[in-house]
Design a protein around this ligand. Structure first.
Ligand SMILES: N[C@H](CCC[C@H](N)C(=O)O)C(=O)O
Length: 287
């Protein structure tokens, strides 16, 4: 079939966005994976599929597929691209939208300056909520957060990495590093992503604290590898840093692809993510 799509990015985290309201899409994981492939398809970190909502009081539903074709619960940068898309396509006249995702309702808002702020909902930090298997592990209390030791085998040598586990609807394991540029993201990112203690795999965050209101962040994403920015990863890192007493809200997050801003008022409160959403080109592909 001929498929119309829009190529977008949020701070360098790139997407293929599909209008599934005006196009009938009946793809499986293989088609999503081929569409996201950077050689055999259009290429993107994630595919975003825009549908009419099925629940009352909600405007849209959007589904998220990683580069590996797997459907996932949440995408922070994607939620901003989604808003830019539905406004630019005239699918809504609203600027504040309630949208249903696999992990619940989020509320993005298109600001006058073109940035988008998203109420990403409240984080979960209990292992069952992530999901994370903490059986037999002794957590290391750090402030009001707990650090969990992950045993990794890197180059044949055993090492232990201490991570905060946070769910933003999707799972994150965040560690503090001295310098993100020299952090072993390529070596340990895949090992953390596939660690047996994360039954649904996990996004691996590497956070460098610049000051109490600023971090540098790299994320090896579940199902996509290292991306230039990760919205939910930025939320998870800011939450972990605030709970550990290392950061104060708001937190400026410098990713390799651009700047994001996170605000969080503490336990049980929603995390607000702000940042850019850019349309790169429109296209059509036979798939
Ligand atoms: N790789 C993520 C989904 C995309 C999240 C990221 N692109 C964002 O902006 O939040 C996962 O498997 O949970």
């Amino acid at each position: 079939m001929k498929l119309k799509f829009t190529k977008m990015h949020g701070a360098g985290n790139d997407f293929v966005v599909i209008d599934a309201i005006n196009q009938h899409i009946d793809f499986g994981p293989e088609e999503w994976r081929r569409l996201a492939d950077r050689r055999f398809g259009v290429g993107a970190d994630q595919i975003l599929v825009v549908e009419r909502a099925s629940s009352p009081g909600v405007d849209f539903r959007y589904r998220i597929f990683n580069n590996d074709g797997g459907e996932v619960e949440q995408c922070g940068n994607g939620s901003r691209a989604f808003v830019r898309f539905v406004v630019d396509k005239g699918l809504t006249r609203e600027r504040s939208i309630r949208v249903e995702t696999m992990s619940g309702i989020i509320a993005p808002r298109l600001e006058e300056d073109g940035k988008v702020t998203v109420d990403m909902g409240a984080p979960r930090l209990d292992p069952a909520g992530v999901p994370f298997d903490s059986a037999g592990l002794v957590g290391r209390p750090q402030g009001v957060d707990t650090l969990w030791p992950l045993a990794l085998t890197v180059g044949g040598a055993e090492q232990e990495v201490l991570v905060s586990v946070v769910s933003m609807g999707n799972p994150h394991a965040v560690q503090v590093v001295d310098d993100v540029d020299s952090a072993p993201v390529a070596e340990t990112g895949p090992l953390i992503e596939h660690h047996p203690r994360f039954p649904k795999r996990v996004n691996a965050g590497y956070m460098q604290v610049v000051d109490r209101h600023h971090i540098r962040l790299r994320v090896f994403e579940r199902g996509a590898g290292e991306t230039l920015a990760c919205g939910t990863g930025a939320c998870a890192a800011a939450v972990a840093g605030i709970r550990r007493g290392l950061l104060d809200s708001p937190v400026r997050v410098s990713a390799r692809g651009g700047e994001l801003s996170i605000a969080w008022a503490g336990d049980g409160q929603p995390v607000y993510l702000s940042g850019p959403a850019v349309t790169v080109f429109e296209g059509e592909i036979e798939i």
